[in-house]
Each structure stands twice: as structure tokens, then as C-alpha cells.
Design a protein around this ligand. Sequence first.
Ligand SMILES: O=P(O)(O)OC[C@H]1O[C@H](OP(=O)(O)OP(=O)(O)O)[C@H](O)[C@@H]1O
Ligand SMILES: O=c1cc[nH]c(=O)[nH]1
Ligand SMILES: [Mg+2]
Length: 209
Amino acid sequence: MSNVFVLDHPLIQHKLTYIRNKNTGTKEFRALVDEVSTLMAFEITRDLPLEEKTIETPVTTATTKVLSGKKMGIIPILRAGLGMVDGMLSLIPAAKVGHVGLYRDPETLKPVEYYIKLPSDIEERELIVVDPMLATGGSANDAIHSLKKRGATNIKLMCLLAAPEGVEVIQKDHPDVDIYLGALDEKLNEKGYIIPGLGDAGDRLFGTK
Ligand SMILES: O=P(O)(O)OC[C@H]1O[C@H](OP(=O)(O)OP(=O)(O)O)[C@H](O)[C@@H]1O
Ligand SMILES: O=c1cc[nH]c(=O)[nH]1
Ligand SMILES: [Mg+2]
């Protein structure tokens, strides 16, 4: 069963409050999503493997540690996932970026895939799927199915906010995928929006409402 980690670092929680606030405008919202994504990337990379390296400090020889070069991939779910990419790349600059284009049909709430472009070697990479919102879970679920169909075996999911319904869907269909959240919210409303949530993440990031 997938593990669910709520990244409750005070800086993440503080910034999420401003992200949720309806009075936060597009420019500030985008900057905050970027900052929170960097902080979440710091937490999600805790288990990266290290190897020993012998170096000369100015005073002696020391055996210390460096990253052992694990290949990473960041997979934003378009559009809103794009807002999380740069913040993550600032900590993981060597990661490759693949894109999965999905929108949620406003009537059926079912995801519709319209684009996919991935690094050619996804089967060798640890992939982090990013989307600010895990609501019914349909979009992330489809994106993960698409990645697995193309050979991915090592996947994590990182979202700013989730509803319990979405977490349950991922845990059921993808028990191998651990989930990293800024917060686990209360529920979905009748239109499939996360409560209390932050509204429509894509519209708030790109100013399209
Ligand atoms: O868990 P779900 O019920 O599938 O809902 C979550 C999805 O809905 C939003 O995308 P949206 O469809 O609004 O597209 P956008 O990112 O282009 O705005 C959000 O960014 C997720 O991708
Ligand atoms: O609350 C929600 C649910 C789905 N998509 C969003 O952008 N917000
Ligand atoms: Mg989307």
C-alpha cells in the first residue's frame, strides 16, 4: 500500500496558507507555488542514495559523501503541474522533464489525455509526478497508468493538496506509488473541488479565470 507523507515543515504550511487565500493574486500565487515546490523537493529527496568519495580538504584527506547519480525525472500534469517544475529543478537540476497533458472534463470529472512527451529512458529513472491538486484522483491515476504502460517502474506522486477520495484511488490502483502532500484536506464538494482547497490551481497560476 502506498505510503502517504504530509510534509508538515513550518515553511511549507505557512506558504500554503497564502496559496489558499483567495486574495492572493496570480503573480504571488505563482511565486509561492514555486517556493513550496522547492521545499517539498527537499523533503522528497531525503532518500536519494549517496556514495563515498575521497577528497583533499585544505588540511587533510577526507572520505565524504556525494550523490550516487540516480537518474530522476519530473513529470508535471499539464497545465497546473507546470507551476511546480522550476521550483523542483532548482534542487534537482539534472532531472529530465516529461509532460502529460490531461484536463478534467467539468461535467463527468473524468480525465482526458491530450499530450504526452517523456524522456526516452523513463524505465531507468525515478519519476516524480507533480500536480498541485489530487481531487477525485482521476488525473493522477491516468498519468501514472500512462507512465507505467511506457515502462516506468519507480514513481512518486507529489501534490500540494489532496482530498481523501483521491488518495484512496491512488492507493488502490498504484500501491507501489508513495504520495507526498503539503496537506490532506477534508473532502470534495459536489463539483469535485477540494474543500477547503485553493480553488482552480491552473486558473490561479495562469490567470485564466
Ligand atoms: O484529481 P482530479 O479530480 O482528476 O482533479 C485534479 C486535476 O484537476 C486540475 O486540472 P484541470 O483539469 O483543471 O486542468 P488544468 O491543469 O489545465 O487547469 C488539477 O491540476 C489536476 O490535474
Ligand atoms: O479543487 C480542485 C480540484 C481539481 N482541480 C483544481 O484545480 N482544484
Ligand atoms: Mg490538470
